[in-house]
Design a protein around this ligand. Structure first.
Ligand code: F0G
Length: 416
């Protein structure tokens, strides 16, 4: 039977119990399937005939048969072979899995379609999250679709404008907390604990992770079930790297793929507790009290799923690396200019990480690498505009326009 299970002491909980932490040891939970049972369900299912999307993987989702799915068509994002990026970094095979192509512009939609479907199944009427922006945008949209009340707590002044616009237009109650994301998360955890009618949909909620594991499934299927050698992924609260690894592991255990990629997590220099733990080979993280980075989406000092992330990195023989804000912005511009893919700064950290790890020789020349870009560039137009040259303003006149473009006056050339 599919159930919830503590990642530490393995205590089991019913799939329909609203619970975020283990009652015995306080650690976080994950969803567990019995492999034999899953194999049977898959055999009886026509999932392979469905289009690439989160719900193609319906039998892998811990949702009851009768559920009404809350969906906006999430997943099925492009895996773009990036030959100009290959030349830029000096590798033979690089792909960009562009999660900005999801309905609200980030990978969060994969988790929210499952999380909000579960919320409806449980009969809750009010959902909540803390967010650096994308989670709030996504939750607000899916709550609107399901007719649920939605509250989001965001760090005041530290979320990109596009994301704020999304949460507001979808009708969420937006509280700007004078503090950072980690503090906002502590408050929503307390609220959900105190007021049982409020359902928490941060990535600590294991149903979110189930939806996001489809990212791992899709990458394998898009590469004809030959897993890449490495997946590079931006890390903030550490839910996504854990989710992708869970998906890969389920495919591996079912025999759909023969190997699993090296999970490679990237954090910004100013917010890198997981990288630090990996580098010093520690079993604990030391939270960063005042995280800072231009990549506001991953401006997180105390990632709640750190244990799952560290496990994914170690078990896969992967690694974790930091990148500077300058490297992030540079990578954002390069990807936009040589591949036509516009991503937000946090997402560009995977590209910056790729460059750095090739340069330092950690990534070998013949590796087949997938970089996950997590959110669309339009989420944060201010940062994009700041890094580019200002547009030239001209009079509404052909001569002025030609002059500005450095073109010769055609009449003069013809008259000669
Ligand atoms: N990239 C983007 C664009 C994000 O929005 C986030 C997280 C991450 C990467 C990191 O993913 O937390 O699963 O490790 N954003 C969250 C939010 C925290 O509130 O939108 P993670």
């Amino acid at each position: 039977m599919v159930h919830q299970e503590c990642i530490n002491c393995k205590t089991k909980y019913d799939i329909d119990e609203i619970i975020y932490f283990c009652k015995k040891c306080g650690d976080i939970l994950e969803i567990k399937f019995e492999l034999k049972e899953l194999e049977q369900t898959l055999k009886a299912s026509d999932w392979k005939t469905k289009p690439l999307s989160v719900w193609r993987y319906r039998p892998f989702m811990p949702i009851h048969e009768a559920a009404r799915l809350v969906t906006l068509n999430e997943g099925g994002t492009g895996l773009h072979r990036s030959s100009r990026l290959e030349d830029e970094v000096g590798l033979k095979e690089v792909y960009v899995k562009n999660e900005g192509e999801n309905p609200t512009g980030s990978f969060k939609d994969r988790g929210m379609t499952v999380g909000v479907t579960k919320a409806v199944e449980l009969g809750v009427r009010h959902v909540i999250c803390a967010s650096t922006g994308n989670t709030s945008a996504s939750l607000a949209a899916y709550a609107a679709r399901a007719g649920l009340k939605c509250t989001v707590l965001i760090p005041s002044g530290k979320i990109a404008y596009g994301k704020l616009a999304q949460a507001m237009i979808h009708g969420a109650s937006v509280l700007q907390v004078r503090g950072n994301f980690d503090q906002a998360l502590e408050f929503v955890l307390k609220l959900a604990e105190k007021h049982k009618s409020i359902y928490l949909l941060n990535s600590i909620n294991p149903f979110r992770i189930e939806g996001q594991k489809s990212l791992g499934f899709e990458i394998c299927e898009q590469l004809n079930n030959i897993a890449p050698d490495r997946i590079i992924i931006p890390v903030g609260n550490a839910g996504n790297i854990s989710a992708v690894w869970k998906g890969l592991t389920e495919f591996y255990d079912l025999g759909y793929i023969k190997t699993r990629p090296k999970m490679t997590g990237i954090q910004a220099v100013g917010s890198a507790p997981i990288v630090q733990a990996i580098k010093i080979n520690s079993d604990k993280i030391i939270p960063v009290e005042h995280p800072e980075t231009v990549a506001t989406a991953i401006r997180i000092g105390a990632p709640v799923s750190w244990k799952k992330a560290i496990n994914a990195i170690r078990e896969s023989h992967g690694t974790a690396e930091t990148v500077t804000d300058e490297e992030i912005l540079d990578a954002q511009k390069i990807l936009a200019r040589i591949e036509g893919i516009f991503v937000e700064p946090a997402s560009a950290s995977s590209i910056a990480g790729l460059k750095k790890l090739v340069k330092t020789g950690v990534i070998e020349k013949d590796e087949r690498v997938v970089c996950i870009t997590t959110g669309h560039g339009l989420k944060d137009p201010d940062t994009a505009i700041k890094q580019c040259e200002k547009p030239i303003e001209v009079d509404a006149d052909i001569l002025a326009i030609e002059q500005a473009l450095g073109l010769k006056d055609q009449r003069l050339i013809l008259a000669r």
